[in-house]
Design a protein around this ligand. Structure first.
Ligand code: AHR
Length: 509
């Protein structure tokens, strides 16, 4: 069966913010402890306590941004517990999650702000911090900003200079600040109206910081939700709360975030129907983005607010609190990530960031570790293949293909998913064949004459979607060179294997 893709460079959608390829790491299970932090005295090779193999793998992804410390953990975290000499840091309960190999519901606080910033520095990612709204006050939030960013001469900034592991002691310059996490749920079970009140209070103090102290502006992220009208009710109430000062509630907000997880069947055990259902449900992420944007549009104004999806991915029923939310990471999961990233690219004009959950060992992770070994998951390979989209211009890409229909799901699944971008005289297209069993012949019309092929690579050719990464097999999921059948003046044809991803670059002669 033939599918067709039409790419139109003269119809740009917008710049693909590289932050769309961002990540999220929480104090949960073996994400931080074991996965990232092993401590300076560990026999596992490390830099300032951060494991070297994880650093090496993540550095290759050019990760743009990393969200921390949670998740639900963020609204029970008191950042001052995690700074200063390790021996003086208090051991606390972790109200939400067991951690490390021993699965203890306790937090050693050995990995705190300075360690996180050092980690970001080592992998060259921008930090994105989530402040505690649910169980704290604006004072603690503003103190955290002062500790991180202020260049002046105060008790907190002196303390940072004492503690920092960076050579430049002038401040961490953290731009992105999440005002709470899932405050409709674990972050305090606020109604949208109540959260508007809390957000206004925290955001006013955080905004005051950059205005009065003359620092770089912070970018504040408000927690939205995916249920009907939550975002609208929140913005509506915020509008009432700020009207004495500004006409638009958007004055306090730079980004509105939503979260979406999905599952269908087990992690490695799923029927054909469940295989396709996972793709159907993964498409909801993009629709959540559209709905959040619609809510923003209702409040108009000239200020642009970006949509952030700062937690997304597959959450299988096997991943439970008792095992630190660990699950097998399969090719099926990676294929859904590839499709979601295609959907994000085609919404480059409205999405300012996205953070897949979570970076190491937890949920749809990129890296897994065991003792002194670390390896890449199939989802890591997708992020690696898609790197060329970062900071490129997303361009119109329409797909003519057959569709898997559902009666019980809200979205049917087109078999071919694709997105394209334009940078440095090259068009880069990523194509997913979601068919579980059949190869698809795909003809691509690039819309420009005199093209030549720069590169074509495939992921998961010949693998089964239920295969998952382990310590010994990770090399099986690496990309391979792939041949196109035919390349003409403005088109090419290729046979895309069942459940695989192709990344193809062409340039104009
Ligand atoms: O990622 C795991 C959890 O999922 C996070 O802590 C929370 O924000 C979400 O519900």
């Amino acid at each position: 069966m033939l599918s067709e893709i039409f790419i139109r460079k003269e119809e740009p959608i917008g710049r693909i913010n590289s932050n769309i390829y961002g990540h999220f790491a929480e104090h949960l299970g073996r994400c931080i402890y074991d996965g990232i932090w092993v401590g300076e005295n560990s026999s596992i090779e490390n830099k300032n306590g951060i494991r070297s193999d994880t650093i090496e793998l993540l550095s290759e992804l050019n990760m743009p941004v990393l969200r921390w410390p949670g998740g639900c953990f963020a609204d029970d975290y008191h950042w001052k517990d995690g700074i200063g000499p390790k021996g003086d840091r208090p051991r606390r309960r972790n109200l939400w999650w067991a951690q490390g190999r021993e699965h203890q519901p306790e937090e050693s606080n050995h990995f705190g702000t300075d360690e996180f910033i050092r980690f970001c520095d080592l992998i060259d990612a921008e930090p994105y911090l989530a402040v505690n709204i649910g169980s704290s006050d604006p004072q603690e939030a503003v103190d955290w900003v002062e500790y991180c960013n202020y260049e002046g001469d105060t008790e907190l900034t002196d303390y940072r200079r004492e503690n920092t592991q960076l050579e430049d002691t002038d401040g961490y310059n953290v731009t992105y600040w999440g005002v709470g996490n899932e405050n409709w749920g674990c972050g305090g079970r606020y109604s949208p109206e109540e959260y508007a009140g809390a957000f206004r209070r925290f955001a006013t103090y955080l905004r005051g910081f950059d205005r009065l102290l003359g620092q770089e502006p912070l970018e504040l992220v408000a927690c939205g939700h995916i249920t009907d009208n939550w975002n609208q009710k929140f913005l509506n109430q915020l509008e009432k709360a700020v009207e004495w000062r500004a006409n638009s509630p958007l004055a306090l907000i730079d980004h509105l975030s939503v979260h979406r997880y999905y599952e269908a069947g087990g992690n490695t055990d799923f029927s054909d129907e469940q295989y396709y259902k996972l793709f159907s449900r993964a498409q909801k992420v993009a629709l959540d983005v559209d709905r959040a944007q619609e809510a923003i549009n209702l409040f108009g104004g000239s200020k642009s607010v970006g949509i952030i999806i700062d937690e997304w991915g597959v959450w299988h029923p096997e991943a439970v609190a008792a095992n630190g939310l660990e699950q097998e990471n399969t090719i099926r999961d990676a294929l859904t990530a590839a499709c979601v990233l295609n959907d994000f690219n085609t919404r480059a004009d409205i999405i300012s960031m996205a953070n897949i959950a979570q970076t190491v060992n937890v949920l749809q992770c990129l890296v897994q570790t065991n003792q002194d070994t670390a390896w890449a998951t199939p989802t890591y390979q997708v992020f690696d293949l898609y790197q060329e989209h970062m900071d490129a211009t997303s361009i119109q890409t329409s797909v003519n293909t057959d569709v898997k229909k559902f009666e019980s799901e809200s979205n049917d699944v087109p078999i071919i998913s694709a997105s394209s971008s334009w940078k440095d005289k090259e068009i880069f297209t990523t194509i997913v064949n979601r068919h579980r069993h059949q190869t698809r012949e795909v003809k691509i019309d690039f819309g420009i004459e005199d093209i030549s092929l720069s590169s074509c690579r495939v992921l998961f050719n010949g693998n089964k979607p239920e295969e998952y990464s382990t310590e010994t097999n990770a090399h099986k999921f690496a990309p391979e060179e792939f041949d196109v059948d035919e390349i003409g003046k403005r088109h090419c044809s290729l046979q895309i294997p069942a459940s695989s991803v192709v990344g193809l670059s062409i340039n104009k002669a």
